[in-house]
Design a protein around this ligand. Structure first.
Ligand code: GAL
Length: 671
């Protein structure tokens, strides 16, 4: 049994859009699904217009026949509520349901995801359809998972129409209670922005100059909450009428518009859509980061890769396919990082429509194609890994990720407009990934008891409570590495009294005097003893108080001043990295890993990714060779589940090759 649904083993399949095909093709589909080992398909994602052709007309006959057919062949369904693309009749009857941009342009029908999240008409229509589907299919034996909507926030993550404005005001009233509190939080004494009545407040539409930052920050919070309210309206229907079948909605990896901590808390199963670019040689690092986040969103529970491309996508300017070995390697990578299933967009390639050049498990050429051979081979690989389902990963390192801070960091009028949280986190994550150090993501306030080390690539917005949480972790013996431009503002985006880093000064023993962003194309030398590395993007004038320098600037206006510091606080230790080192932040992390007793999962050659999932009776070591040449790794004795071969002491991996070793169960040392 996997940790997600009642289907045993790992899940394999993809989005299936049978409404694009005559029914006589369906029999062929299910036969081929069986041949490929597919055990789960996602059905109905964009079927609203077909299921409800008019306001009071419903047509479920085709879906009845389809689900029966799937069930007769032992294929389970992840059944969508079909609410991501409202039908033309609804849009024409209620044009106010179409979303409006910050410039006041109402977006037209003719693509998908064309709805205003705050529209009561849209929300009611979506809940009504979800109820009809839930009541009709909750007892259908094929249905094992409810799939709410699709990729909330995709294409349209915010709407600036009058209904959204009213919803925003309601949200602000809840948050602030009275207007005086809002005026204080928004610092409306600046630029004569004081509000005398609630109905004077509008969303942050396009304006002559920089917008009020707290208004913009609250807008981001509101937009995530407005979409969450759409999800929760459907979730409530499914909880009541859905027969106890677990509920998911598919995420989009590390996606700025939605606070996935808040979202995942309201899901039964976390699922993700991931489309790493085969043209990017480092794409697997970003994918690993997304997968670790997905696993972390529900405290380590297995998650589902809901969508990936079997080969090329169709929406990039240039859509490069995946070589066969890469496609297999990347599928196994998701399982290596905690996925209990690998699904795709899509099962059968469309012959028409916007996605006709998107790869599919069953391509236009059919079963005579190399893609079909891969589809069958991946099904076999995943079947061989069935016993991995449910096994957990353990990490000693936590990376703090907070959407509030992400939104606030990327507002306007900062010392540099170049800072992007995802890039900052990726550079730190990449340094840990390159050393095969397992990490989890945590949100502020999380229980840090099981972590030896906490990484904070950036936390521009840190409330006093968050600062106290980090400080007491260090005082109690924890290790912390904190990145630049952190602890700068409170939850209202007001600079902390005393300036940047003030609430973290005790833990870090350092004071920031001035920000010195590095101009585009320039760099500044940073010396770790005799090792000199360049910093780009950012530097800071630091005054080390209790802290000692771990690296100093080797030139430029800050020459000789500390660039990285180390501080003993209570029973722990904390580093501050006052500049952007990219992945060279690994120099600091290595020191912190050693100090904290953090070890890699396995000592393997560079370019080989190693993870371990622990099951009740065995552990599973995943070894993924991302290199273009062979690699040899020293490993414990075990059996490679993919090849069936017994392995003793060492393992040779082909270029882009992979192995999954079943070994004796790994015991976690007590701390
Ligand atoms: C996803 C979407 C799918 C499909 C896919 C193509 O964002 O959920 O419906 O469009 O992209 O890569």
């Amino acid at each position: 049994m996997n940790g997600l649904t009642r289907v045993p083993g790992l899940l394999y399949g993809g989005d299936y859009n049978p409404e694009q095909w005559p029914e006589d093709v369906w029999a062929d589909d299910v036969r081929l699904m069986k041949e490929a080992g597919v055990n789960l398909v996602t059905v109905g994602v964009f079927s609203w217009a077909r299921l409800q052709p008019g306001p009071d007309a419903f047509d479920f006959g085709w879906l009845d026949r389809l689900l029966d057919l799937l069930d007769a062949h032992g294929i389970a369904a992840d059944l969508a509520t079909a609410t991501a693309s409202p039908p033309a009749w609804l849009v024409r009857a209620h044009p106010e349901t179409l979303p409006v941009t910050a410039d006041g342009v109402r977006l037209e029908f003719g693509s998908r995801q064309h709805y205003c999240p705050s529209s009561p008409v849209y929300r009611a229509a979506a809940a009504r359809l979800a109820r009809r589907i839930a009541e009709r299919y909750r007892d259908h034996p094929a249905v094992v998972l409810w799939h709410v909507h699709n990729e909330y926030g995709d294409h349209v993550a915010e709407c600036f129409c009058a209904e959204s404005a009213a919803d925003f005001r309601g949200w602000l009233r809840e948050r602030y209670g009275d207007l005086a509190a809002l005026n204080r939080a928004w610092a409306t004494e600046s630029w004569s922005q004081r509000y005398g009545r609630w109905d004077e407040i509008e969303p942050p539409r396009t304006a002559p100059g920089p917008l009020n930052p707290t208004q913009s920050l609250d807008w981001r919070r509101f937009c995530s909450a407005a979409l969450l309210a759409c999800y929760l309206a459907e979730k409530a229907v499914l909880d009541e009428a859905g027969g106890g079948i677990p509920v998911t909605t598919n995420f989009m990896s590390m996606f700025k518009p939605l606070d996935y901590w808040a979202w995942a808390a309201r899901e039964d199963v976390v699922s993700d859509d991931a489309y790493p670019d085969p043209a990017d040689p480092a794409a697997h690092v970003g994918a690993a980061m997304a997968y670790d986040l997905m696993r972390s969103l529900k405290g380590g529970r297995p998650w589902l890769l809901m969508e990936q491309a079997p080969s090329a996508v169709s929406w990039r300017p240039v859509n490069v396919p995946k070589p066969p070995a890469l496609s297999r390697l990347w599928s196994l990578q998701a399982v290596a990082r905690g996925a209990d299933g690998v699904l795709h967009f899509q099962w059968r390639a469309s012959r028409a429509g916007a996605e006709k050049f998107h790869s599919a498990l069953l391509p236009h050429r059919g079963t005579g194609s190399p893609q079909w051979a891969r589809t069958v081979a991946l099904g076999r690989d995943l079947a061989r890994l069935a016993e991995v389902a449910g096994a957990r990963l353990a990490a000693d390192v936590a990376v703090v990720l907070d959407w509030d801070s992400w939104w606030a960091l990327e507002l306007d009028e900062h010392p540099s407009s170049r800072l992007r949280l995802k890039e900052l986190v990726l550079s730190w994550y990449g340094a840990a990934h390159a050393r095969n150090v397992a990490v989890d993501f945590v949100r502020p306030g999380a229980d840090l008891g099981r972590y030896r080390l906490v990484l904070l690539p950036n936390l521009y917005l840190a409330s006093d409570a968050t600062a106290a949480w980090l400080t007491s972790y260090v005082a109690g013996g924890g290790r912390l590495v904190c990145g630049f431009f952190s602890g700068v503002v409170d939850e209202h985006d007001h600079v902390h009294p005393g300036g940047g880093l003030a609430p973290l000064r005790d833990a870090l023993g350092v004071v920031v005097d001035e920000y010195w962003p590095v101009p585009d194309g320039a760099s500044v030398d940073v010396a770790f003893g005799s090792r000199v590395v360049p910093a780009t993007l950012w530097s800071e004038l630091l005054e080390a108080r209790a802290a000692e320098p771990a690296a100093v600037y080797g030139g430029g206006p800050l020459a000789g001043r500390p660039a990285v510091t180390r501080n003993a606080h209570g029973a722990g230790r904390a580093w501050y990295v006052g500049c952007h080192l990219g992945e060279r932040v690994g120099l600091v992390l290595e020191e912190a890993f050693a100090d904290a007793g953090v070890r890699p999962v396995l000592d393997v050659p560079a370019g080989v990714e190693a993870t371990r999932r622990d099951g009740p009776g065995a552990s599973y070591l995943f070894l993924l060779n991302h290199r273009a040449d062979e690699a040899e790794a020293p490993v414990p004795d075990g059996v490679d589940l993919l090849s069936g071969a017994a392995v003793r002491g060492a393992l040779r991996l082909a270029p882009l090759g992979a192995a999954v070793l079943r070994t004796a169960r790994h015991d976690h040392p007590e701390r």
